[in-house]
Design a protein around this ligand. Sequence first.
Ligand code: MLC
Length: 445
Amino acid sequence: QQSTKNCYLIDYVCFKAPCDQQVTRKIAGEIIERNRLLGLSEYKFLLKVIINSGMGVETYAPKNIIEARETSPTVNDAFQEMDEVIDTSVNDLFRKTNISPRDVDLLVINISGFSPAPSLASRVVRRYKMREDVKTYNLSGMGCSASLVSLDLVRNTFNSGKKTIALVLSTESLSPNWYPGKDKSMMLSNILFRTGGSVMLLTNDPAMRARAKMSLKCLIRAHTGANDNAYNCAMQKEDDEGIVGMHLGKSLPKAAVHAFSENFQRLVPKILPYRELALYVYRTIKQKVVKPAGKGNLAMTQIDYKTGIDHFCLHTGGPAVIEAVGRALRLSKYDTEPASMTLHRWGNTSSSSVWYVLGYMEAKKRLKKGDRLLMITFGTGFKCNSCMWEVNRDLADGGAWEDDIKNYPPQTLVNPYMEMYGWVADETDETFNREERAEEFRRSQ
Ligand SMILES: CC(C)(COP(=O)(O)OP(=O)(O)OC[C@H]1O[C@@H](n2cnc3c(N)ncnc32)[C@H](O)[C@@H]1OP(=O)(O)O)[C@@H](O)C(=O)NCCC(=O)NCCSC(=O)CC(=O)O
């Protein structure tokens, strides 16, 4: 892997959608109600998973879904969704940093599910009248870990030595990608994915280090796609009825842990202090000599990661993903709180999610000068990309969390769906009458 020379995060902005795009209880009920393919088995699945999703009732969806047009999206819907994120966040970031679009030398955009021609990167160049010599990259199909792929591209360009300012935009296109069928592994992405986006300004100019928020220390990428299970566990495909959607298999958390372990074996020597590293080497050698059967990489599980890392920025893939990583690293509730709260407030916003997690830490005033912060992301492929930052000064921006941070963590993470739809659990094929229930639901609104 490339070494990291100067790479500074000047600042970042996370997108906050307008209130009228919130997936309220009423909106969620109506969306489910509109899918006439769903029967009792799918209702029971939805009830269980939505209740255990770790998500609240303030997340956001694109306009076409709120307006009940999810099954007939237009290209214009997709552009509108992207423009909203770009206009709000990019403008905000340029204003905040006092950097002009004409100062940008390098533009990297990662959006998995929408790749028009000309590219969205060209759209941004046009919109902001960027210079003719700006270098642009537009990454698509790279899933939730793509923000660190973008960062890797920036870092590699920075290493050429020329003073460079880079703008990175990480977001996801949901409006053309709603799954209107009844395959449970494909319904799951409708439940978890929500509107969000983040935009970052970076530089390799040492003169700007003092004003930058963080310095990148190392970045490691692991791709386990050679393994069939890893490759297949998160995949866009057609269901048995030919309806296209994103399939998230039950084996995904396991694939995430495997990719994570591949990533970590290379990351550990770069982040641990010498004492912990020496212990790790000693235990690895001992394990190779003694070889206890079926115990996995014991040396990895015995490491005290907190000796080298102060904060853990985990991708908000879903409760099972956060729990699996938390368990593997033996993290406390305090450590996983930023990821769990981000999932609750914003849902899984794909590649931008770790920036909301960072925003939570900052808004909570957790990030102090000299602290070391680890970002861990997962995505289709299956990939685990991680990077470590050092905080340059005490940070305390409210950012996208400004209005909400005082309410977090909430007293309870229980969402209201059990109260609204608990009756589904007691229904049987004999008692379940969809039309009657729909009428009851409409009356209760
Ligand atoms: C979905 C959950 C919230 C459900 O939580 P629960 O506590 O209810 O757990 P559970 O395992 O008992 O599951 C409840 C019911 O759902 C079923 N179930 C669970 N996962 C399923 C799946 N992937 N496909 C189909 N069914 C599934 C179970 O069999 C069970 O059914 P029954 O009751 O019949 O036994 C959790 O399992 C979770 O967080 N899963 C990981 C989600 C995920 O894949 N995230 C990554 C997104 S992709 C991403 O972020 C990266 C990228 O795309 O790039």
